[in-house]
Design a protein around this ligand. Structure first.
Ligand code: TNX
Length: 547
């Protein structure tokens, strides 16, 4: 099972489930019961009835309820509440117990989320074939040994990031990602919706963001360092309906969707749509190269208002607590050259363009906090001081431990996403069989070795670490199957690193991971086999221009 639960014992008589079984649930668990009954019914072809808490069936009963607090290990849980009220909607109440015995299977969650995680554990205890969406053969009675599991997560933030800007990925891929991620008790999906190379979020007030900004003329061919281009247009965007659907689908699986609109750098697609947002007045196209564009937003009052209006529409669509405003890699060269920058700084009492981003982040923070939400930014937002309550996402490799310390000391919560463990756009191995990637390498073992609390962080600040997330940037990832290849099984390692408490020896995990592969296969996930890609996987996605 992945991630490994806190405690697990086997013994005594087990439970049997068969055609005609029942899922009996209290009111608080009824939505989870519906989901489980649907999934089990699909995978087995059985008739599955539903009932209230007292129900029982001679063909086996799964009982779900929200109940007494779950006993957790001596290590305790990271207290999630911080002074500024960033406390996660997740954490201790995600715990559950699961007991299977002669009278059936009983899952008790500390909340509906806990009940849900108990059902994810149950799905992994059943034969992998039952994860299919239709039975591959008639399914007879299934025995589950006598088992007692008591479980709760180490961290409340267990995330995956997905860049849908560099390559647009279809909605159905995202829904499947949520489903598979939540089976591993991952509870955050961070969507990087905009960047220099494409704008994927429709804004009613600014229709050209998608009419123009969602489309680029061409992309690099092979590695961008080669300087070649493919001459092939690319683009796409979601409708607000698509995004609301993704959020609702995710919410049902206790996954929070965190939208990111990257600003004030990584904005060339927006400047292409509305040149008045830029610094030069020159018409620009949506960026056709990878890397960091010099073309950033100007800091006119009207541009700041534009950003606020975009965020308002983002918050209308995404109901979650967190709003990510990016803030990474914003070169100040254009600001320094812009004659208007003197006025921007004087009006706002700033000593120079290097203070503009910090001021800007403060303005966006007012917008986000005004709606009762919490702002996230990449760690650069800390460089000249981040607004109160902002959560810092620490990504820069050499910096991550220092950033975490600095952020925590200045009262910010931190999500760890350090490159050398968490950048799933890096190849699995420095090996020509791997599909073209930005660089090598993050092995599954490397991803597994992530320790979310960075070394050197004093114990009293460790509670500032909300958890960790892994990123899939998609410069070199053109399709859903390729994205799945990059995530799985590294995301299994991320799930374990953020959920599991205590010692985590690699050998033990690797054995469990090998046994887990048939589950990914039954789910139709295009995972990378532990020992290397299949020939088809390597061939299919090697960018045709790659050396
Ligand atoms: C850095 S991580 C970026 C992304 C790139 C990525 C490639 C971060 C906040 N910015 O824009 O896609 O590296 O690995």
């Amino acid at each position: 099972m992945i991630p490994r639960p806190r405690s697990w014992s086997e013994g005594g008589p087990g439970a049997t489930l068969a055609d005609g079984m029942m899922v009996a649930a209290d009111d608080a668990s009824s939505a989870v019961a519906g989901l489980l009954a649907g999934e089990l019914g699909a995978g087995t072809g059985w008739r599955i009835s539903r009932a209230g808490p007292g129900g029982t069936s001679p063909h086996g009963t799964v009982r779900l309820r929200v109940g007494a607090a779950v006993t957790v290990g001596a290590e305790g849980l990271a207290p999630m509440a911080s002074a500024l009220g960033n406390s996660l909607p997740n954490g201790p109440h995600e715990g559950y117990t699961l007991r299977s015995g002669a009278d059936g299977i009983e899952i008790t969650g500390a909340s509906a989320a806990g009940v849900f995680y108990g059902t994810r554990t149950l799905r992994q205890l059943l034969p992998p074939d039952l994860l299919r969406v239709a039975p591959s053969q008639p399914v007879g009675a299934v025995e589950l040994p006598g088992t007692e599991i008591s479980d709760a997560p180490r961290f409340g933030w267990r995330g995956l990031g997905l860049d849908v800007s560099r390559h647009f990925l279809p909605k159905d891929f995202i829904l499947k990602l949520v489903d598979v991620a939540s089976l591993h008790k991952i509870n955050v999906l961070h969507l990087h919706l905009t960047d220099d190379q494409g704008w994927r979020f429709p804004v009613d007030r600014y229709p050209r963001l998608t009419e123009v900004g969602a489309w680029r003329r061409e992309s690099p061919l092979g590695h961008y360092h080669e300087g070649r281009t493919d001459g092939t247009p690319h683009g796409g965007y979601y409708t607000k309906g698509d995004l609301a659907e993704i959020c609702a689908y995710a919410a049902r699986r206790f996954v929070t969707v965190v939208p990111e609109v990257d600003m004030p750098g990584h904005m060339q697609a927006a400047v292409a749509a509305y040149p008045e947002l830029g610094n030069t007045g020159e018409p620009l196209e949506v960026f056709t190269n990878w890397g960091v564009s010099e073309h950033v937003l100007n800091m006119d009052a009207s541009t700041v208002r534009f950003c606020a209006e975009v965020l308002e529409e983002v918050m209308d669509v995404f109901p979650g607590r967190y709003v990510h405003i990016g803030g990474d890699e914003c070169p100040t060269t254009e600001w320094e050259a812009n004659p208007a920058s003197k006025a921007w700084c004087e009006e706002r009492g700033l000593t120079g363009p290097h203070q503009l981003q910090s001021w800007f982040t403060g303005q966006m923070s007012l917008v986000v906090r005004g709606r009762g939400r919490v702002l996230l930014g990449w760690d650069e937002v800390l460089d000249a001081g981040a607004p109160p309550g902002a959560v810092i996402v620490a990504w820069r490799a050499e910096e991550a431990a220092r950033v975490a310390l600095e952020a925590a000391r200045s009262g910010h919560d931190v999500v760890m996403a350090p490159e050398p463990w968490c950048y799933f756009d890096w190849a699995y191995a420095d090996d020509a069989r791997e599909p073209l990637a930005i660089r090598a390498a993050i092995t599954v073992q490397r991803a597994f070795e992530l320790e979310p609390v960075p070394p050197g962080l004093p114990e009293e600040l460790a509670t500032r670490v909300l958890g960790a997330q892994a990123q899939l940037w998609t410069e070199y990832v053109l399709t859903g199957p390729h994205a799945e290849y990059m995530y799985w099984p590294r995301a299994c390692a991320l799930a374990e690193a953020t959920w599991t408490v205590g010692e985590r020896p690699w050998d033990e995990f690797e054995r469990r991971l090998r046994a887990h592969m048939p589950r990914l296969a039954a789910l139709g996930v295009n995972y990378r086999p532990i020992d290397g890609p299949t020939p088809g996987q390597a061939r299919t996605w090697r960018n045709p221009g790659a050396a």
